[in-house]
Every structure is written in C-alpha cells, then in structure tokens.
Design a protein around this ligand. Structure first.
Ligand SMILES: Cc1ncc(COP(=O)(O)O)c(C=O)c1O
Length: 394
C-alpha cells in the first residue's frame, strides 16, 4: 500500500489543521468560538422564503452551466448600480459554487503549468491551494505594519517573465483592511506595465464600515484584465448556500467556466433563484446585514481594547486582529490554545494565513460575525480570566 497511499504531497502541504484543531478545541472546552468566520444568525427571512418558494416551484434540477439567466442578469445589474461597471450577463458572468470555487476555477482556467501567481500575505487559506491545484507557482508580497500596507517595490520585485496573475482580496480577510484607491492604482500600474491579469476576491464588498470598497476593475487599463469574484455568503449571510459569481471580460469568464464545468458543473439551483431576488434588492438587504455587523464590530473591538488586546484598525469584513505585542516563537498559536483552556474563548492565530505557518506573527484573529450576546459572553469570560491570562507569558 505504500505507493497507493502516497497521496498528492503538494496539496497535503496546504491542508492547514489549525482551523479544524481550534474548532475541535472549542467543542472540547465549551468555548465561545470567535474563530470560525460564519454568522450565527441567518440572513433576511425574505431571501430564505424565496429559496423555499423556488424549491416548491420545482427549480430542483441542474441549472444552466453559466448559472440561471435571472441571477446572471441580477449580478450584471448589481455591478452597474453599485460601481458603474457594465457586464454582459450572457458572456461576462459565471455563477459558481461560492467564491471559493470561483477562485480555484479561475486559477485552473487562467494559468498554465509553471505560471506564477502573486498573493498578498496574509491570505485567505484557499488561495495557496488553488494556485497549487492549477500547477502554478505562488509568489508572495507581505502586508506590513498596523495598517497592513505593502511596498509597491516589493510587488515589482516578485514579478518575473512567468508572472500571470495577481490574486487580490479586498476587503481583506484576515486583517479587515480595505485597500485604498491609491494602493489599488499601484497594483493596477504593475499589472498594466507587465501585462498581468488580476483576480480580485470582493466577497466582503458590502461589509465595509469605514471608507469605501473600490473595484480595481474600474481603473484605467484594468477592465480587460480583471476577473472580479464575489458571493452571496457574506453580503446576505447565507454562507451555507454556496452561491458565488465571477464577472469580467468574456475570455477570462470562459476560461474560468471551462474549469468549473469539470469541478461542480453547476450548483445550488433553488438558491440561485433566491439570490437573484436578493441582489435585485441588495440596497435593502445588504444594509440589514451590514448595520448589525458594524455594531458587533464596535462591541468586540472596544471590549478587546479595554482588556488590553490591542487591536489593529479594521474597516471591513468579519474580522479584527489583535497584536499580542513583543512575543516570539510560536506564541500566538500557544496563546490561542491557552485561551480556550483557560477562558473558554477561541480565536485563530494569524499564522494560519501565512504559507509558513511556523512563523508566528504574535497576532490573533477574532470574528465579530456573532450575535451581541455571544460577543458579550466572550468578553465576560476574558474579563473573568484577565489576571490568569496576564500571568501566563505567551
Ligand atoms: C476572502 C474570502 N474569500 C472567499 C470566502 C468563501 O466564500 P464562499 O463561501 O462564497 O466560497 C471567504 C470565506 O471566509 C473569504 O473570507
């Protein structure tokens, strides 16, 4: 069996156990889990009702390959209403099994073996694996300092003849950073000068609390080289439905579709109907999700800072990062385990979002996509164990 059990080593390399371990620890210690990035309450009930109606109306068989026309039109209309971006719903929109599939299918569809893809680190954990699945090579630019900024010269330095794609995420998980138009212009300049594609994951586009989300595809020279990805998961709080989409120039969408065709073929027929209704009423529903999320962010951030878990600014997403300050070694990972055992609260070490997860950053990520009473309970537990936590050097 030795040969038979010698599985894909490259993928095994990306199989991070941190999330699973922390979730198991949360259960074992009866912790409040502020590690998992999904809401503990559902999105607007009208959208759920639309899904139930779609099931009852018989939308239960394979939908068309690119997605149902109603949803493709709703996605195109959303891009136009919010950002003035015109996309042809026939050729420039693809519905996917969440943003995760869109990213993976884009990497597989757009890259040839050995092409290089630039990521900004820390990055959402599926990106490195998607690049590897595509047989491409990952190059990394670090986001640094309290505002997780990058040095444009670092970006220029990683570009080579083999670079094909810059894979970007804004608003950004895990940091809560919203890339500014200036930063996006610097990325666009490098993309245009070096004839690169940009794949941008905008799943948190409607969860911005300060500043504004800015789509890189609207910058000069970017329309024809940008594939934009988003999803119903975060905008409408239906993470389990796995309805995402990719929009952009027809050749990029077609290449992504040819990969998706052999991954899932199609997905989520009744939920596609419900999300077309949600997107047509996005002005109402996204605000119903965003407003309480902002209150929850304020509640958690204020509480953490009061307790001495000094937080970096977070302008969007579900997340805030605390700096443990001056620690070294595997401190944040160890601290998270101690926190669960001692105070019954779970957070995630930010090292989980780096390729080299042994390099601890002394930072932990908390999520605020939980009900106010859950956040209060977590803060109370942290308060109750404050002195013990301080006593344990990490
Ligand atoms: C940056 C980012 N992209 C994509 C996803 C997943 O999106 P979906 O559920 O639509 O696949 C997440 C979920 O945490 C995320 O944080």
């Amino acid at each position: 069996m030795r040969k038979a059990l010698n599985f894909n080593r490259q993928l095994a390399e990306f199989h991070s156990t941190i999330f699973a371990e922390m979730s198991a620890l949360a259960v074992a210690t009866s912790s409040v889990n502020l590690g998992q990035g999904f809401p503990d309450s559902d999105g607007p009930h009208e959208i759920a009702d639309a899904a139930i109606e779609a099931i009852r109306a018989g939308h239960n068989q394979y939908p068309p390959g690119p997605g149902i026309p109603e949803l493709r039109r709703a996605v195109a209309s959303h891009q136009l209403r919010y950002y003035g971006i015109e996309v042809d719903s026939e050729k420039e929109v693809l519905i996917t099994a969440g943003a995760t599939e869109a990213v993976c299918a884009a990497m597989v569809g757009l890259c040839n073996l050995g092409d290089e893809v630039v990521l900004f680190e820390p990055f959402y954990d599926s990106y490195a694996a998607s690049v590897a699945i595509a047989g491409a090579t990952r190059k990394v630019v670090s986001l640094k300092g309290a505002r997780f900024e990058f040095d444009p010269s670092d970006l220029e330095k990683v570009i080579s003849d083999r670079t094909k794609v810059i894979l970007l995420n804004t608003p950004h998980n895990p940091t809560g950073k919203v890339f500014t138009p200036q930063e996006l212009s610097a990325i666009a300049k490098v993309a245009v000068e070096n004839d690169l594609l940009v794949v941008v994951d905008e799943v948190y586009e409607h969860l911005v609390f300060e500043g504004m989300h800015f789509p890189i595809s609207t910058l000069p020279g970017m329309r024809d080289r940008t594939l934009t990805i988003s999803s119903a998961a975060k905008s409408f709080s239906f993470t389990g439905w796995k309805v995402g989409w990719a929009t952009g120039p027809a050749p990029l969408v077609a290449a992504t579709r040819s990969a998706k065709q052999f991954m899932t073929y199609v997905n989520a027929a009744p939920f596609q109907h419900a999300i077309s209704y949600a997107l047509d009423n996005a002005e109402l529903f996204t605000e119903q999700v965003r407003r309480p999320m902002e209150d929850q962010r304020n509640r958690l951030v204020e509480g953490l800072n009061r307790l001495g878990f000094s937080t970096f600014p977070t302008s969007g997403t579900y997340f805030v990062v605390s700096d443990l300050g001056g620690s070294s070694g595997s401190s944040a990972a160890r601290f998270c385990v101690e926190l669960a055992n001692l105070a019954q609260v779970v957070a995630i070490p930010v090292s989980a979002f780096y390729h080299d997860q042994t390099k601890d950053k002394g930072q932990i990520r908390w999520t605020f996509c939980k009900r106010p009473e859950v956040i209060e309970e977590a803060l109370q537990r942290l308060t109750d164990h404050r002195d013990q936590m301080k006593a344990r050097a990490f």
